[in-house]
Design a protein around this ligand. Structure first.
Ligand code: 13P
Ligand code: MG
Ligand code: MG
Length: 380
């Protein structure tokens, strides 16, 4: 049996600023998800939120980019928007950037991560996966952690200990500055070939332009390890409308890295673009799911749920909230401390996002006014 995991998220309204969706919005998503399971459209589905982003985690048999699934998600978000408007929530419908999507919501505002696989083949007797959701972040927010998991034995001992992981991965990196609506600009890099791991680092260091979109196992080239939503809202809308807030699916264990090898790099709390007005740099804080954004200056946050899947493609009764609890408390303190240091310099230098990022904000107007007023002065 082939199963597709589709994770689709959108910010369609939140309470008192960019904090969290209303409970009534979440309930409405859950009701519609339940109906879709009863009708047979979905095998399984759950609803979570991280900050102000609603996240639909679905399993089905219709393949990646299936219009029935995408339009279902769109309609779920439309209904949540209606509720957000009714209650006067902030930013109702914020990420629904077109009137009606053509069938695939990628490029219409919501973020999409999908992966399709044969369920429980001989080489993979158990299906385990993680779903990450980040708020107040650009799509390069996972670059640091993913590079460590794909390339760095200091962080992923499996690269040394597992003969399958030793063969490395092939990553698809997307150029997020490419603005043609009908095409993507991508490069595939094999981490184990011709210093591929260093070449990958050379691209991923620019978190505002390049992001890993997918990674596959070299040992089993048809098996997808990672899927990330790597789209730019400002490329769709032409101006700043909210942050991209990427989601990511990572399949784990067996032929892939262990769960702990994927989550460990998040303890470093890398500085990412995002935060207040999507225009600053702060440290990414690992948090429990259903966490509102309350931090000073919209501290960027990331949640992670671990799932197992049974032979019918259903999620197990319980999911594990990886970043909940004591084990991640120290990382949270670290993220707060790193961010406080950065905030001490307000908008100066690296505390504000790169020129490319702020090109979609009101700062452009100031530059338009000021640049022509520069004068050329002859050297004495
Ligand atoms: P969101 O993208 O999460 O809506 O946040 C937008 C923002 O500008 C926060 O200051
Ligand atoms: Mg918002
Ligand atoms: Mg958000």
């Amino acid at each position: 049996m082939r199963v597709t995991l589709s994770v689709i998220k959108a910010d369609v309204g939140s309470i008192g600023g960019h904090t969290k969706p209303g409970d009534t919005m979440v309930q409405s998503c859950e009701d519609l998800m339940r109906q879709a399971k009863t009708s047979g459209l979905l095998i399984d589905g759950i609803v979570t939120y991280t900050g102000d982003d609603l996240c639909l985690i679905m399993s089905h048999t219709l393949g990646k980019g299936a219009s029935l699934i995408h339009l279902f998600a769109w309609n779920v978000f439309k209904e949540a928007t209606r509720i957000a408007k009714h209650y006067g929530f902030y930013g109702a419908g914020q990420d629904l950037l077109v009137d009606a999507p053509s069938g695939n919501v990628r490029g219409a505002g919501p973020a999409v991560a999908e992966t399709e696989f044969e369920l429980l083949p001989n080489h993979r007797p158990a299906e385990a996966f993680l779903v990450f959701a980040a708020d107040k972040c650009g799509p390069g927010a996972y670059n640091f952690a993913l590079w460590n998991t794909l390339c760095n034995p200091m962080r992923n001992g499996g690269l040394l200990l597992s003969p399958k992981l030793f063969l490395g991965f092939t990553a698809t990196v997307i150029d997020m500055d490419h603005k043609d609506k009908n095409t993507d600009r991508i490069i595939k890099i094999n981490t184990a070939e011709g210093l591929g791991h260093i070449k990958l680092a050379a691209l991923l260091r620019n978190i505002d332009r390049f992001a890993i979109e997918a990674a596959y196992s070299n040992a089993y080239p048809n098996e997808q390890f990672v899927s990330v939503s790597a789209t730019r809202l400002h490329n769709i809308a032409g101006k700043y409308t909210g942050k991209d807030d990427p989601i990511m699916i990572v399949r784990t264990q067996g032929i892939f890295s262990a769960t702990e090898e994927v989550v460990e790099p998040f303890k470093d709390c890398p500085f990412v673009t995002g935060d207040c007005r999507g225009s600053h740099t702060m440290a990414l804080m690992p948090v429990s799911i259903q966490t509102p954004v309350r931090g000073g200056y919209c501290q960027p946050i990331v949640s992670c749920l671990a799932f197992s899947m049974n032979q019918n493609g259903q999620f197990t009764e319980e999911e594990i909230d990886i970043f909940e609890g004591l084990e991640w408390e120290e990382a949270r303190q670290k993220a707060l401390a790193k961010s406080s240091y950065m905030r001490e310099q307000g908008f100066f230098g690296v505390a504000m996002a790169s020129e490319e990022e702020i090109a979609y904000t009101g700062l452009v107007e100031r530059m338009k006014e000021l640049y022509p007023r520069f004068e050329i002065r002859k050297n004495e």
